[in-house]
Design a protein around this ligand. Structure first.
Ligand code: ATP
Length: 324
């Protein structure tokens, strides 16, 4: 392998820049050329490329977002679109790709790699932490810290006014952000997509906590939770069924995707970026570089896409005990 292309695709996540940097520097270390592809698969089809060297990626390890930009491309989902992308790669002598993104990015990578026999390695990057085969995805730790920081601030106002706050956090169909930030920020209740315990359990818990002397409470709600009510309907429901609660709703939204990556995400990005280039140079393809109990591992992309969610039931137990 003489020239590796690197791109970021799908939802952006803090730490993507640090991963690009690590890929570029590893290429430099192993004397392989590196090309940055702008705007994910869309830029790949359009030949939106730039040669990168070790100095091109200075001062980006600490920046949120991705300087290569990200995009969602419908055209890449078609065979014609992928053919167009392959033509751009051959024209520019790029003979392998590192794709940084989530499960959609990996799915596209698997098709592309199979159709054109092109070596592709994936780096998991999404704040949702919803990829199998890796303990953590890039951006998750930063997002978690952003959420805890936001909830801490909301707690100040909640306790000043004896309020009950419903706080919606991201995570799509994964409850990792909700469960961990909920424990970390001392939430009263945490609603996650992996279990639907019903709103009655929440009402019961609020009644109990009121009797035990709690004056204000925080309920963390994962955006994908399965009660069938959105967060505003949940708040209304509680207002109807419990007396004397001054209820507020806060949807944290896109602040969760931004900001400087945490040190954990920078180190993870560096390990995975180096691991991705080394996997390609070893002749591996269609694998994701992940982290398993501190170790960098190579996991088939198909496993990363199709595997089981890794929701930690022990955390629910801890949350219940620590919120009595
Ligand atoms: P996130 O989890 O943060 O949303 P993602 O990588 O899952 O990230 P997607 O928008 O699902 O984000 O996928 C990124 C891109 O991957 C798509 O815009 C598309 O170009 C490509 N892609 C997704 N699914 C497929 C598919 N089935 N076939 C080919 N390409 C795909």
């Amino acid at each position: 392998i003489k020239k590796i292309g690197v791109l970021t695709s799908g939802g952006d996540a803090p730490g993507m820049n640090a991963a690009i940097r690590a890929v570029v520097r590893a290429c430099s270390f192993y004397n392989v050329d590196c090309v940055g592809v702008y705007r994910g698969y869309q830029g790949l089809m359009e030949g939106d490329f730039e040669e990168l060297n070790a100095r091109s990626v200075r001062n980006i390890i600490n920046k949120g977002g991705t300087f290569l930009k990200s995009a969602r491309s419908m055209e890449f989902k078609t065979v014609e679109g992928r053919k167009r992308a392959y033509e751009q790669l051959t024209k520019n002598n790029i003979d392998a790709l590192v794709v940084i993104g989530g499960d959609g990015t990996f799915t596209g990578g698997v098709y592309f790699s199979k159709e054109f026999d092109l070596p592709i390695v994936g780096i998991p990057a999404t704040i949702d932490n919803d990829i199998s085969g890796t303990d953590f995805t890039l951006g998750y730790d930063t997002a978690l810290n952003t959420v805890v920081d936001a909830i801490d601030k909301i707690r100040d106002t909640a306790s000043s006014h004896n309020r009950l706050f419903f706080i919606e956090v991201m995570g799509r169909d994964a409850g990792d952000i909700a469960l961990n930030s909920g424990i970390g920020a001392g939430a009263e209740e945490i609603l996650i997509p992996e279990e639907d315990e019903g709103v009655e359990r929440m009402l019961e818990s609020l009644r109990k906590s009121k009797m035990s002397g709690k004056l204000s409470s925080i309920i963390v709600v994962a955006e994908g939770e399965k009660s069938g009510k959105n967060i505003f309907q949940l708040a209304e429901y509680v207002e109807e069924h419990l007396e004397d609660y001054d209820i507020r709703v806060s949807v944290l939204g896109h602040i969760q995707r931004g900001g400087r990556p945490s040190c954990f995400d920078r180190v993870l990005a560096s390990k995975l970026g180096v691991g991705a280039v080394e996997a390609l140079l070893d002749g591996d393809s269609k694998v994701m570089i992940g982290l398993n109990h501190q170790h960098v591992v190579r996991v088939p992309l198909t496993v990363a896409i199709n595997g089981e969610a890794k929701y930690d039931k022990e955390l629910r137990r801890v949350a219940d005990i620590t919120s009595v």
